[in-house]
Design a protein around this ligand. Structure first.
Ligand SMILES: Nc1ncnc2c1ncn2[C@@H]1O[C@H](COP(=O)(O)OP(=O)(O)OP(=O)(O)O)[C@@H](O)[C@H]1O
Ligand SMILES: [Mg+2]
Length: 227
């Protein structure tokens, strides 16, 4: 993928990302590297100047984000990812907006995954803690029954305990066969659970390997993981 915003220069410079079914891919890299831009490009919120996005082998580069949702992609952006004045349950209902079938089973699955949300389903989502809001955002995305779930910094601003808990839930989601593409600031912890890791620098792939191999790579450790 190569592209940038409006008439500006390229932010993505030929970066390549792929995810296999049911696997967890993690993008890490310095601030401003283009991680969120890459996520937006995959989801169709940024038009590419070069390159393509394919889903199960099919070229979806020309599809709108809405059409990509209908094709099985779901995206939780880095910021503004819930409706704060709506209740938890209304947020989940909004997630299912495109569906015309019965959403009760999916909602029950989300509540089983995040039991605290069942307890708080009548509360405005804006009243929840940071970690609980992220659960609402992930739950909202799951309501479309995606095959690919994209998460931009799902553990931003949460405590280490809540982070571990969220990562455990994300692993659980992947075990159901949903592919996860995730950007993470908590690089070490995220690479621990990554089948594949990407270190992005200035919109380019600097390092690509299994999460484990990246964690053990001296260059990656020195430059991106604090030694
Ligand atoms: N909407 C936008 N319009 C113009 N430039 C943008 C826009 N969003 C991001 N950029 C620029 O694109 C570059 C990459 O930003 P991006 O948000 O993708 O980085 P990031 O790797 O996600 O950083 P962070 O770790 O801080 O979230 C930055 O130089 C940023 O200023
Ligand atoms: Mg970002």
């Amino acid at each position: 993928m190569t592209g940038g915003y409006g008439g500006g220069g390229d932010i993505l410079n030929g970066c390549t990302i792929s995810i296999d079914p049911g696997q967890i891919a993690v993008i890490v890299g310095p601030n401003g590297a283009g991680k969120s831009t890459a996520m937006k490009a995959v989801f169709g919120m940024l038009s590419l100047r070069k390159g393509a996005v394919r889903l199960a082998g099919r070229d979806i580069t020309a599809l709108t984000p809405q059409a990509r949702v209908a094709q099985g992609m779901a995206f939780v952006p880095q910021t503004h990812n819930i409706f704060t004045s709506m209740t938890v349950e209304e947020n989940l209902e909004m997630g299912a907006f495109l569906r015309r079938d019965d959403i009760a089973d999916t909602m029950a699955q989300v509540y089983d995954l995040f039991p605290i949300l069942r307890d708080k389903r009548r509360q405005p989502a804006g009243e929840l803690s940071g970690g609980q809001r992220q659960q609402v955002a992930v739950g909202r995305a799951l309501m479309t029954r995606p095959t690919v779930l994209m998460l931009d910094e799902p553990t931003a601003g949460v405590s280490p305990i809540v982070m571990d808990e969220l990562f455990d839930r994300i692993i659980e989601v992947a075990r159901t066969g949903i592919s996860i593409l995730m950007v993470e600031q908590n690089a070490r912890q995220a690479l621990e659970i990554a089948d594949r890791g990407y270190v992005l620098v200035q919109g380019r792939n600097a390092f690509t390997d299994t999460g484990r191999a990246l964690l053990n790579d001296p260059d990656v450790r020195r430059s991106f993981l604090g030694g």
